[in-house]
Design a protein around this ligand. Sequence first.
Ligand SMILES: NC(=O)c1ccc[n+]([C@@H]2O[C@H](COP(=O)([O-])OP(=O)(O)OC[C@H]3O[C@@H](n4cnc5c(N)ncnc54)[C@H](OP(=O)(O)O)[C@@H]3O)[C@@H](O)[C@H]2O)c1
Length: 215
Amino acid sequence: MKIGIMGTGMVGAALGTKLIQIGHEVKMGSRSASNEKAVDWARKNGSRASYGTFADAAAFGELVFNCTAGTVSLAALSSAGSSNLKGKVLVDVANPLDFSKGMPPTLSVCNSDSLGEQIQRALPKVKVVKAFNTMNCKVMVEPSIVPGEHDVFVCGNDVQAKAKVVEIIRSFGWKSIIDLGDITAARGTEMILPIWLRLFGLYQNRPFNFRIARS
Ligand SMILES: NC(=O)c1ccc[n+]([C@@H]2O[C@H](COP(=O)([O-])OP(=O)(O)OC[C@H]3O[C@@H](n4cnc5c(N)ncnc54)[C@H](OP(=O)(O)O)[C@@H]3O)[C@@H](O)[C@H]2O)c1
């Protein structure tokens, strides 16, 4: 599949690399057409890796990942162009973390709304699926680095879009994928971030993830 990755940070690089490794073609997008990190990532990932602007990545992808900083995701998606995204599945990995007042960050949207919903409202012709935002990017692409069974949450309004994203998630090696329903469930998966940040402080570099104990 041709996949667009919006974002040149560690999440865009980790997902882009994994997608290339399992046979996809990936274009990494940025505010600039030749972002240094995107150029470097493409050079390391061979002929199926390319780079360009956010609009280039959105136009290229049959499916697109949003891996931009959450407080600027709407701006990044707007510069990608709604016509380049129309009808496509957009996997939203971003968290609306506001670092403007220092650490720990706060959520720029929460309780009765979420970034996932804001994106879905801004791009009504796009099928937004929130996924992967509740774990470190190393765990996203290599779930076996956390021992035992653990979970990845997905939510979104379009059932077929979710099925497509679940297929990709399974191809990364995930066994337990919990569908939380429509995109309003992004409120919960984004509001889990304050506890995730505490756990990150506690476990430092040791990979961890959430597991829902159930019968
Ligand atoms: N780090 C993790 O393991 C992890 C795990 C789960 C979820 N997340 C979420 O995933 C997202 C990506 O995280 P990250 O650490 O890889 O990268 P990041 O540093 O949060 O974001 C990098 C991207 O944001 C874009 N950006 C920054 N300012 C912008 C602006 N004013 N307008 C438009 N775009 C702008 C950058 O564009 P340029 O390319 O032009 O510089 C870059 O592509 C975040 O929302 C984060 O909360 C991260």
